[in-house]
Design a protein around this ligand. Structure first.
Ligand SMILES: C[S@@+](CC[C@H](N)C(=O)[O-])C[C@H]1O[C@@H](n2cnc3c(N)ncnc32)[C@H](O)[C@@H]1O
Length: 387
């Protein structure tokens, strides 16, 4: 698919180039922030599986430069709509799929940025990442224990103690957009993705402060509710979210875990990492939730689940135990682009190049070898001439 046709079929791909984001993934984080206010009071963040770096760009622009995006940008838009309706001020900027974003940009340039103090952002990926203002980048494998000391040192270079595995100054937020190179074999892809998620979670458990947040990409497979149950043991709130910029056809979603509260006696360790089969001390279910949550099969076969009094924490009681059903939320303003739609573009429109092409993509060597062999078309022509 050429750049131009991809521009039409993927509004977020086009928008990312126009707004200067390194990848369309930036909109996923921004839309998650719109819903969950992820960056409120946040100054220390670890971005796992960060290359090419659009999530780190969001962090850098929101925390270091103090620009208003995501929740803060959305609130501002709501306010200008209210002002327009009630006081007849200038109309709010409307997203027009066929327009460039210059107008919006001018408006944003006029706003006063509000940078935060003592910000620390560490980004980790297997792939090299081009530098970003205020972001420490590490090239490392998040599934390998040797990444822990590297991460701790990058977070606190001045006070880092190599003999201790405990962080002196814990972080507010860990985000992970990790994804393997998908094979198309769903079960295998889901398994590899889940291993990345467990690795991200284990790193998060080592560095998060009480009350901290963890956001990670998941592939919604068959037994994903087991994962939610595990997460629910160490976080007060666990929700699953699907941003509007994530295609409906994709099994991708994000777990948003808030209020880090490890059970008493739990010690994060990469020697005995938490994984799909690990048992962690489950907190006693409160007598209230035991009494109220219930599951009833109606005459017509429909299962009704009584979610009890806590609206956002429904649970389903099963034989001898309880399984958490994490609430599922679609997020992103309804006026935002639909990632599954195709948009018409003006005829004279020029398709832009990506903001930051991959520095060393896994397919780089394959491209070099193909070039040496005369390129795909050269080879085909050569064969045709021989036959
Ligand atoms: C979807 S991309 C991340 C996009 C990124 N959030 C952004 O906004 O630009 C997934 C990334 O996961 C990384 N990754 C996969 N396995 C990894 C591992 N074991 N350790 C570190 N990074 C890994 C890949 O190199 C890739 O860059």
């Amino acid at each position: 698919m050429g750049k131009s046709s991809k521009d039409k079929r993927d509004a977020y791909y086009r928008l990312a180039k126009e707004e200067g984001w390194r990848a369309r993934s930036a909109y996923k984080l921004l839309q998650l922030d719109e819903e969950f206010n992820l960056f409120e009071n946040v100054t220390r963040v670890v971005d796992l599986c960060a290359a090419p770096g659009s999530w780190s760009q969001v962090l850098s622009r929101v925390l270091i430069k103090g620009e208003k995006f995501g929740r803060a940008g959305w609130k501002e838009k709501q306010q200008s709509t209210r002002d327009y309706v009630l006081r007849g001020t200038n109309p709010p900027a409307v997203q027009d799929p066929e327009a460039t974003l210059e107008g919006d940009k001018d408006e944003k340039d006029g706003e006063k940025p509000n940078p935060r103090e003592d910000v620390r952002i560490v980004a980790i990926d297997l792939q090299p990442m081009s530098p970003l203002e205020g972001v420490t980048t590490l090239r490392a494998d998040i599934t390998h224990p040797s990444t822990i000391p590297l991460m701790l040192k990058a977070l606190d270079p001045a006070t880092y103690d190599p003999t201790s595995t405990k962080i002196s100054n814990p972080v507010d937020l860990v985000i992970s957009d990790g994804a393997p190179d998908v094979t198309g074999l769903h079960d295998l892809d889901i398994y590899v993705q889940s291993q990345l998620l467990w690795a991200a979670l284990n790193l998060a458990l080592c560095v998060l402060k009480p009350g901290g947040k963890f956001v990670a990409k998941i592939f919604r497979g068959k037994d994903v509710d087991l994962l939610f149950a595990q997460l629910k043991v160490v976080f007060e709130r666990v929700r699953v979210a699907k941003p509007r910029s994530s295609r409906a056809s994709s099994i991708e979603a994000f777990v948003v875990c808030e209020g880090f509260c490890p059970p008493e006696g739990f010690k994060a360790s990469l020697d005995t990492p938490l994984g799909a089969g690990t048992l962690i001390p489950a907190p006693e279910a409160s007598s209230e939730s035991k009494e109220t949550a219930s599951r009833k099969v109606r005459g017509d076969g429909v299962i009704e689940i009584d979610l009890g009094p806590e609206e956002d924490e429904p649970s389903e009681v099963e034989d001898g135990g309880s399984r958490w059903i994490a609430p599922f939320l679609a997020c992103g303003d309804l006026s935002a682009y639909d990632s599954d739609a195709t948009y018409h573009l003006p005829k004279d429109r020029v398709s832009l190049d990506p903001v930051q092409p991959p520095t060393a993509p896994p397919y780089k060597r394959a491209l070099e070898m193909r070039k040496l062999a005369g390129g795909a078309y050269g080879k085909t022509k050569g064969r045709e001439a021989q036959s």
